[in-house]
Design a protein around this ligand. Structure first.
Ligand code: NCD
Length: 324
């Protein structure tokens, strides 16, 4: 099959067993992931059917935090590759009976699982699992630390729209302090040659972000005319003990993307958001649903990126590596 041949060529130099963060990936590994994702995206754009590249493999979703997009996207990605899936939620599980996170993960792995996809509110949990499990581990978000497949799907969407990443100016706007999406975007975009700006209120954007090689800005209107892409990050109220600004209305006044700000942007500006979006807070409904928005393309690309990650990690593992 042509698709499989092209995927195997791409995977020839692939050496990673896990996908834990974008910080530790090289630029060529990011490009391999993006190219594999493009192949899968193209396959489904042409309405070609479900694949059997991972038939006989099992992928477990181990989610200890809420999720709509990421969980369903990983699940669908595994199914479209022909793998079986296990859906685990901490609510209603033996976690409520006192079982530890690692024991739960080892129990699921012992059912013959090839990959564990995990989301947890504590940074470093997927790295911890990778040390304790034999199977592949994919990080679907570890607290405010990283969300590598979100970073990849954002970068894939920009690359599809602009044909490149190098030389583009991408602003991440909003709650940088609590955003795992921000960290994964920064690592990925910087390695591929973009200029990255982090922008938001001082209480959510520390000047220390500059140490990662990004520009730090507090005034959206000043940077707006230079930006090729805006990625609007949700204010993560659930991760904050105190309010980072006087009112949501004031935040919207200073940072929400609205029709007036679109008019002062580059004519081809891309408006992105990892979702869930809070209409009227970081983005107005007309902009979220308008011609510059690629928010739903990001969602579709999420499946392609997760297929690429699962396939690259699992294509060479053998059934006799399984833990019994
Ligand atoms: C993000 C997350 O959970 O980190 N959403 C997502 O995965 N699509 C961002 C958010 O919750 O705001």
């Amino acid at each position: 099959m042509e698709l499989e041949g092209r995927l195997r060529e791409l995977a020839a130099a692939w050496r990673c067993r896990h996908l834990l963060d974008l910080e530790s990936l090289e630029a060529n590994e990011l490009t391999t992931l993006l190219e594999a994702a493009d192949l899968f995206a193209e396959h489904f754009r042409r309405r070609r059917g479900k694949l059997s590249l991972l038939a006989g493999r099992t992928v477990a979703n181990l989610f200890f935090e809420n999720s709509t997009r990421t969980r369903n996207s990983f699940s669908l990605a595994a199914k479209r590759l022909g793998a079986d899936t296990i859906e685990f939620s901490s609510a209603g599980s033996s976690v409520a009976k006192g079982e530890t996170f690692i024991d739960t993960a080892k129990t699921i792995e012992a059912m013959g699982v090839d990959a564990v996809v995990t989301r947890h509110s504590t940074p470093g949990t997927s790295h911890l699992l990778a040390r304790h499990l034999q199977c592949s581990v994919l990080n679907a978000g570890d607290g405010p630390h990283e969300h590598p497949t979100q970073g990849l799907l954002d970068i894939l969407t920009i690359r599809q729209q602009r044909g490149r990443i190098e030389g583009l100016t991408v602003a991440l706007v909003g709650d940088i302090a609590h955003s795992r999406t921000a960290r994964s975007n920064i690592w990925g975009l910087k390695k591929l040659g973009a200029h990255v700006i982090v922008c938001g209120p001082r209480t959510l954007v520390s000047p220390q972000w500059a140490e990662l090689g990004v520009e730090v800005a507090y005034n959206l209107d000043e940077i707006l005319p230079r930006c090729d892409v805006l990625n609007l990050l949700r204010i993560q109220f659930e991760r904050q003990a105190t309010r980072p600004f006087p009112s949501v209305r004031e935040y919207a006044l200073l940072y929400a993307m609205n029709a007036d700000r679109i008019a002062r942007s580059k004519p081809d500006i891309l408006i992105m958001a990892p979702g869930p979006i809070n209409r009227g807070v970081e983005i107005t409904p007309d902009v979220a649903d308008g011609p510059h928005s690629v928010i739903l393309q990001q969602v579709s690309n999420g499946i392609a990126v997760r297929m690429a990650a699962l396939w690259l990690l699992l294509h060479s593992t053998r059934a006799d590596d399984w833990v019994t």
